[in-house]
Design a protein around this ligand. Structure first.
Ligand code: NAD
Ligand code: MG
Length: 298
């Protein structure tokens, strides 16, 4: 059998063939343009019916972590609505094809999450075309490094908060009208909420907000039978990092300072989302699952 997420192997030696050399992309960046391709589980993720018949909306589902989650969810039996920016159509269509290959429905809904009207339409179209909604993954994110606070523009500060925090609020608020008991919400935070980098002030601040939002909402929704959890990735090889998330010259060493000594791949995140979305985690809410190569967090 070919290797999959259950294969017994040394995690410190895994992916030694993927080298994060210096490179840079404009706009939101594309998986298609990564010089060393990321592993999103295309060849390795093996489903086992853990999300059979579920209906999931995933933001940032075109690439990186969101793409890996979409591929895994489809192989676990879920139908999926994908949110992404219009300029990411190429990546999105690749993920749509993989969802369809898994025999599931894919609904592609491009748009800009900093626009509240798109956030509302995204949810309404997802519900209509999937026939309901029981998993929401707020995963889209904006990360642009700026070395000096004096150079951090008001526009960037605003966009980072709109993308990472406001969109989560707008989408969740619209989605809750349609989500019943048993539904789950998973928000993507970051190691940056715990170990903020000096050049990611705006981004790190939004990730701490996502944590607190999630813990507060988890308590509010528990009596309604809806669970809210967080996944906090460490350094993961995605276009976010090559499209301004890190200084280009920092990429060759990306992730090497983690205890496992390497960056993570999007495929290594997907099982955490599957666990938190499925009934396997029925007594887990308000929790953060760290997938960060072993970095200690408070
Ligand atoms: P990615 O670039 O593949 O995904 C981010 C996605 O966000 C993009 O594909 C895009 O579709 C979406 N997005 C950004 N701005 C948007 C907007 N205005 N409207 C609609 N969609 C928009 O990178 P990724 O690393 O997979 O990021 C996914 C999540 O993981 C983000 O929340 C990111 O902060 C988080 N994260 C990533 C890392 C890492 O090292 N890569 C570490 C910790 C947390
Ligand atoms: Mg993308």
């Amino acid at each position: 059998m070919s290797p999959d997420q259950h294969t017994f192997e040394d995690p410190s030696k895994k992916y030694s063939d993927i080298d994060t050399t210096a490179q840079s992309q404009g706009g939101p960046g594309l998986d298609a343009d990564l010089v060393q391709k990321a592993d999103r589980g295309e060849k390795s993720y093996r489903g086992a019916g853990r999300l059979e018949g579920r209906k999931a909306l995933i933001t940032g589902a075109d690439s990186g972590i969101g793409a890996a989650v979409a591929i895994a969810f489809a192989r676990e039996g879920a139908d999926i609505a994908l949110s992404y920016l219009p300029e990411e159509e190429e990546d999105a269509q690749g993920v749509v094809a993989l969802i369809q290959e898994a025999g599931r429905t894919a609904v592609a809904i491009p748009g800009d999450l900093t626009d509240v009207n798109y956030c509302r339409e995204l949810v309404e179209r997802s519900v209509t075309e999937l026939g309901g909604l029981d998993i929401l993954i707020n995963n889209a994110g904006k990360q642009q490094h700026v070395e000096d606070l004096l150079d951090l523009s008001d526009e960037q500060f605003d966009e980072t908060f709109k993308t990472n925090v406001y969109a989560m609020f707008w989408v969740t608020k619209a989605a809750l009208k349609h989500m019943g008991p048993g539904s789950t919400i998973i928000n993507t935070s970051s190691i940056q909420a715990y170990q903020p980098s000096e050049n990611l002030v705006d981004y790190a601040t939004t990730k701490a907000s996502i944590n607190t939002f999630s813990k507060a909402l988890a308590q509010q929704l528990a009596p309604k039978g809806i669970r809210v959890n967080v996944v906090a990735p460490g350094p993961i090889w995605t276009p976010l990092q090559t499209a301004g998330g890190q200084p280009t010259e920092a990429l060759p060493d990306f992730g090497e300072d983690t205890p496992l000594g390497r960056p993570g791949q999007p495929a290594e995140l997907a099982p955490a989302y599957v666990f938190l979305a499925s009934g396997e985690s029925s007594y887990v809410s308000g929790e953060t699952l760290h997938v960060n190569g072993g970095m200690p967090t408070p």
